[in-house]
Design a protein around this ligand. Structure first.
Ligand code: FAD
Length: 484
């Protein structure tokens, strides 16, 4: 009567109710706990999981295996193709290892939920535990018992519930004396993914993530509200890669907030308010994904979105992907994504707005490209962010608000420190031209200024669209979203 813990997007041993449940079951039955992780590259490809995120997961699986061996649990990595292979494998394995109970954490995405539903219908002894958000899906509801469609009332209700409960993450699971660490199979995905992408500049492991959280809460959280929008500053937590694969839990984040700012849930003037809100945005989008299944199926949240006549120019899309739009702030952001697998939140909003509004390219193209590059790729947050930017989403940016990339540039990267790091071609331009690149071309056409040599100018493209015209075009096309 052994038990099995099936790890998914929860690669930790602290604050892991499903792992604790598997251990408790085995303790009651005086039996063993086994652990498993399924590598499903075909499924990942279908979901556009970035190669850098897979590498990050693989490194964490190694770390997790060491942690689990120290508490007497052997972890096995199983290379399969996709979700359909899991049932036969588990049936065989459970019979072989005398496993009578399987524990796993609930995942909010539609395909994952369908997979679990099928496994339970096939009579697999699978117990699913909600641990992904602070509160179970469907439990943060408005007065009519419906999921909120606007963030602020959701966050108020969420805080009210949080303030009325003790928020205590579970301690690290314990089970038995250490065993020698099993050899872990390497992930096999090179038949589906052409290149591996190293995630080595992100430290691995729960200790690293928890230390980052502690340092952030202690030293940076209070200034987060004032500094979070400036990409040249290291002012955000950079915890997203860890939260996305569950090396850290949201409950641990909230506990850290309350440790340093005990009244954060009830005091709107708390210095921790803004960061707490980010954690609640994460929860909001996850609850939405469960409440509205069509969000997992690449559909507009707002059905009026179907009527938008996207231009979908393939060449312009390529230029956006490569960071060659001629708007230095947009290009620096896209190059940050391509080179590091991460992008600052302000810039995610800027480039998403630029793609969907200035270029009128379907948000799904951008969403997919992000997913393919991001180390913190997460369906709920990514879909939420893209539909917010495009104006098609729940509680979205109105369709007629079009970020001006030039204003965003001068406001949030005034001395162009960030831009120059990723777009060295413009490093010698006057600051004003970096923010307003059309000025560079106007001056450049005027040979008498002699400011730029011919060669210098061809290094970097002219702006792909003119802002004012693109803005008007966007408002006209996106007025399809106007409520009649
Ligand atoms: P911090 O600012 O320190 O925030 C702390 C944590 O809160 C983050 O790690 C993240 O887990 C959560 N969070 C913050 N902002 C948001 C938000 N707007 N929505 C949901 N959760 C949030 N975040 C992802 O984790 N994965 C994605 O795939 C993703 N795609 C995005 C796409 C677009 C178009 C936009 C506009 C935003 C996207 N975000 C995504 C949200 C946000 O940009 C990142 O979470 C944030 O930049 C990560 O950096 P950080 O860890 O330093 O965040």
């Amino acid at each position: 009567q052994n038990s099995l813990i099936w790890f998914r997007q929860d690669l930790r041993i602290h604050d892991h109710p499903a792992l604790v449940a598997a251990c408790d079951y085995a303790k009651q039955h005086n039996s063993r706990v086994y652990a498993v992780y399924f590598v499903t590259p075909k499924q990942w490809k279908l979901h556009d999981v970035a190669a850098i995120q897979i590498d990050f997961i693989e490194r964490h699986i190694q770390a997790l295996s060491t942690q689990l061996a120290a508490i007497g649990i052997p972890l096995q990595v199983v290379n399969l193709a996709d979700f359909d292979d899991i049932l036969p494998w588990l049936n065989h394995y459970c019979a072989k290892q005398d496993i009578e109970a399987i524990f796993a954490a609930v995942e909010p995405e539609f395909n994952e939920r369908q997979r679990d539903k099928k496994l339970i219908e096939a009579k697999l002894p699978l117990t699913l535990i909600e641990q992904d958000c602070l509160f179970p899906y469907g439990s943060v509801l408005n007065q009519s018992g419906q999921m909120y469609k606007v963030f602020t009332p959701f966050s108020k209700e969420w805080k009210k519930q949080a303030a009325s409960k003790a928020i205590t993450p579970l301690k690290a699971a314990t089970f038995d004396k250490p065993i020698s660490e099993p050899s872990i199979d390497a992930f096999v995905y090179d038949h589906v993914y052409q290149n591996k992408v190293s995630s080595e500049h992100w430290p691995v492991g729960e200790d690293a993530a928890r230390k980052r959280l502690k340092d952030f809460a202690e030293f940076l959280m209070a200034d987060y509200g004032a500094k979070r929008d400036f990409p040249a500053l290291d002012a955000t937590s950079k915890l997203s890669p860890y939260l996305a694969i569950g090396v850290l839990s949201a409950r641990q984040c909230v506990t850290a907030i309350l440790f340093y700012f005990p009244d954060a849930l009830i005091n709107d003037a708390s210095p921790a308010k803004t960061w707490l809100n980010e954690i609640i945005w994460r929860e909001f989008y996850r609850h939405l994904l469960v409440a509205f299944e069509h969000l997992s199926k690449a559909q507009n949240f707002n059905p009026l979105g179907q009527a938008i006549a996207w231009r979908n120019n393939q060449h312009e899309f390529e230029q956006w992907c490569q960071g060659q739009t001629g708007y230095p702030i947009v290009d620096a952001a896209m190059r940050q994504l391509n080179q590091t697998g991460w992008m600052h939140n302000r810039l995610r909003m800027v480039v998403a707005s630029f793609l969907t509004k200035h270029l009128l390219i379907d948000w799904r193209w951008g969403e997919q490209y992000f997913r393919q590059q991001l180390i913190d790729g997460d369906l709920a947050a990514n879909n939420g962010g893209w539909q917010w930017s495009a104006g098609t989403g729940c509680d979205a940016q109105p369709y007629f608000r079009v970020f001006n990339p030039m204003t965003q540039s001068s406001k949030f990267d005034a001395d162009a420190h960030f831009i120059k790091q990723y777009v060295p071609e413009v490093a010698n331009w006057p600051i004003k031209h970096i923010h307003q690149p059309h000025l560079h071309w106007q001056s450049n056409n005027d040979a008498s200024t002699g400011l730029f040599s011919q060669n210098e100018s061809i290094l970097y493209p002219k702006p792909i669209v003119e802002h004012s015209a693109a803005r008007l075009r966007a408002i006209e096309v996106l007025s399809a979203l106007k409520k009649s």
